[in-house]
Design a binder for this molecule. Structure first.
Ligand code: MLT
Length: 412
């Protein structure tokens, strides 16, 4: 009899976004006329930048001629793309990241989960609360946790609350040692940011304890405050203790096109069972070349165009557009007496639910009375209860209309 991975049975019924999708679908079927506006999942709505489209069209043509046709590409990604990334995303900000340390993939979500393949099963794992659910669920699947309690917190994980009470910073544990730490800044879901000093604290902690930081920088393009770091490698010592995940999804609109990257410095090591130090880069390279065959040539050419002069300008315009949406959300809700956080260096606005409603009650009321979809804060963790995430990824018209409806019904 075939048996299953029982760890899957510990998972809460559905991954957060499909669960929201299910509820919205049920509502839409019962109310086919409802003009639903979706500000839930952080999925981009605006067209791909022209520079990326043109590069992909040309790449399709390359595939049509024997001379320029491409079969399997390098598992790690084409060097011409990795060189551009190293130059523009890292070296230009003073980060010591070499093209050989960059791995191109089809998504940060996949990489955040897949990275666990190369780590042991006895690590103590820290996540923020609220948190991007992928970090937690992939650890549950890998058998790194116990069961969930009534708040949805899994045994064995160390939760670091990020709340208004601590100004949305992930406080460094003073009483326990953690081995793997997930940090996401600008933060999903709260839109909070981390200063260089704060990240330096984490890097110092990781170095002192032999820990590794998984730094998710998927939203770095949304940083407007020039004092904030875009990469963990802007922090001294991070090459020895951090892996960084980045994506073309949120800056260049690649959520449906799929391209991302992970940086694994060659100086990063972990302990083998016999106590020896092993290069993490070698393990990740081995994992990727065994289980992954690279991102399509066409998509990598599209990603490369992000770094052309035209591409850079078009991407900045896209980011500015979504950030103007975030400013509208902040402004309208604040004027209506609703407390908001984030949305200044991130495309997410973290809203204190009005009238003392729970996160899911607000979700349901908002859907039923305003036909607006957002994401309940408690879906990201127990400390998200009483909050609600509104995504700035939508058309201007939809954002303005959604705010008009919310203000009308929920003004305090
Ligand atoms: C979100 O809404 O949190 C994101 O869209 C999730 C993701 O990027 O996978």
């Amino acid at each position: 009899m075939a048996t299953i991975n029982d760890n899957y049975l510990k998972l809460k019924a559905g991954y957060l976004f499909p669960e929201i999708g299910r509820r919205v679908k049920a509502f839409a079927e019962a109310n086919p006329e409802a003009p639903i506006i979706r500000l839930g999942i952080g999925d981009v709505t605006e067209p791909l930048p022209a520079a990326c489209r043109e590069a992909m069209v040309k790449a399709v043509e390359d595939m049509g001629s024997r001379d320029t046709f491409k079969g399997y590409g390098p598992e790690q990604g084409y060097e011409w793309l990795r060189e551009k990334i190293a130059e523009h995303d890292f070296k230009s900000r003073g980060c010591d990241v070499d093209a050989s340390e960059i791995f191109i993939s089809d998504g940060s979500k996949c990489d955040c989960g897949n990275i666990l393949d190369i780590f042991g099963n006895n690590n103590t794992i820290a996540v923020t609360d609220p948190v991007y659910p992928v970090y937690v669920d992939t650890n549950v699947m890998a058998g790194h946790t116990g069961d969930a309690n009534e708040n949805g917190e899994y045994g064995g994980l160390v939760y670091l609350p990020i709340t208004a009470g601590n100004n949305f910073t992930a406080e460094i544990p003073t009483d326990k040692k953690v081995d793997l730490i997930y940090l996401c800044f600008p933060n999903n879901p709260t839109g909070a940011t981390a200063t260089k000093e704060h990240l330096q604290g984490w890097v110092n902690y990781a170095k002192a304890n032999g820990s590794i930081i998984f730094f998710d920088a998927a939203y770095e393009a949304y940083i407007t405050d020039p004092s904030l770091p875009h990469s963990i490698y802007e922090i001294e010592g991070a090459r020895d203790c951090a892996i960084e995940f980045r994506s073309f999804s949120k800056n260049a609109g690649f959520t449906g096109t799929r391209c991302a990257l992970t940086v694994v410095p060659k100086t990063l090591t972990g302990k083998a069972a016999d106590g020896s130090d092993v290069e993490i880069w070698k393990l990740w390279n081995r994992r990727q070349s065994t289980k992954f065959n690279g991102v399509s040539y066409i998509v990598q050419r599209g990603a490369e165009a992000v770094y052309s002069e035209a591409g850079k300008a078009q991407i900045q315009a896209l980011v500015n557009f979504y950030m103007e949406n975030a400013a509208i959300i902040r402004e309208k809700l604040t004027a209506a007496g609703i407390e908001v956080f984030g949305g200044e260096n991130a495309p997410y606005v973290w809203v204190k639910t009005p009238h003392g409603l729970s996160s899911w009650d607000f979700f349901q009321k908002l859907l039923e009375t305003c036909n607006v979809v957002g994401t309940p804060g408690s879906g990201f963790g127990a400390a998200g209860e009483g909050y609600f995430r509104i995504s700035a990824f939508n058309s201007r018209e939809n954002v303005e209309e959604a705010m008009r409806r919310i203000v009308e019904k929920f003004k305090v």
